[in-house]
Design a protein around this ligand. Structure first.
Ligand code: PEP
Length: 254
């Protein structure tokens, strides 16, 4: 089963409006060179979605959001609905990012509700999972990933799985400069794919893309992406520099 690699940039709470539009323009122009071999998305802050949407026009780079709320509308101060995102041509949304789980305090249940709402509304989801350093040291990597994958997908049908990407992002590797070795990342991805098989069967497991995230850089991207169960990456810090991000995209082609 061949899976088209998928590289997404998570810009987090960075850049101003002009900077976001400029970076999006660099990615849009550069992506033409990579062509159809790799799918690419960028996820700016909510307030920059519209500017980035304009900068991406005419390119194949998809627009993504970093979060959503699961209710369709109403008295939820500060939150953003699926319809609001779709109004801005958003295609992808992240759920369960480690900063939302561990800094903001999102639970498995909330991540599941958001994932279900996003897919139900027609958005595609990048569901992020990963263990903390304490969990890794305690030998819990696979059990944590399994719990987060099963919980995140609790409301998702087999038919909807084609719109789900999993991002395995060990918490200790995010923004730290420390990257999982290709072998360690591959082992976690392989186990996540087994869990997908247990939940939705072997065919869907083989077709589902699993990105690696956690201090991916131009220097380490190719060795990570060469592993059989790693289908591209979710990129944070290195996505904020256009040339480096494009290099990471090119690494996903090989
Ligand atoms: C992320 O935010 O999803 C991420 C992987 O960040 P970084 O690449 O900076 O570790």
């Amino acid at each position: 089963m061949s899976r088209r690699p998928f590289v997404a940039g998570n810009w987090k709470m960075n850049l101003n409006r002009a900077g976001a539009a400029e970076l999006a323009g660099v990615v849009a122009r550069g992506s033409a060179e990579v062509g159809a071999a790799v799918e690419c998305a960028v996820c700016p802050a909510f307030v920059h979605l519209d500017a980035v949407r304009h900068a991406l026009e005419g390119s194949e780079v998809r627009l993504g959001a970093q979060d959503l709320y699961f209710e369709p509308d109403g008295a939820f101060t500060g939150e953003v609905s699926t319809a609001m995102l779709q109004d801005l041509s958003v295609r992808y949304v992240l759920t369960g990012h480690s900063e939302r789980r561990h800094v903001i305090g999102e639970t498995d249940d909330l991540v599941s509700r958001k994932t279900t709402a996003a897919i139900g509304a027609g958005l595609d989801v990048i569901l992020c999972v990963g263990e903390t350093i304490e969990q890794r040291r305690g030998g819990e990597t696979d059990s944590v990933n399994e719990r987060q994958v099963r919980a995140g997908l609790a409301g998702i049908t087999a038919e909807q799985m084609s719109r789900i990407t999993i991002a395995y992002e060990p918490v200790w590797a995010i923004g730290t400069g420390v990257t999982a070795t290709p072998d360690d990342a591959q082992a976690a991805h392989a186990r996540i794919r087994e869990v997908l098989g247990e939940v939705h069967g072997a065919e869907i497991a083989a077709a589902t893309r699993i990105q690696y995230g956690g201090s991916v850089k131009p220097e380490n991207a190719a060795s990570l992406f060469s592993m059989p169960d790693i289908d591209g990456g979710l990129i944070g810090g290195a996505a904020l520099k256009g040339p480096g991000f494009l290099e990471i995209m090119r690494a996903a082609c090989t």
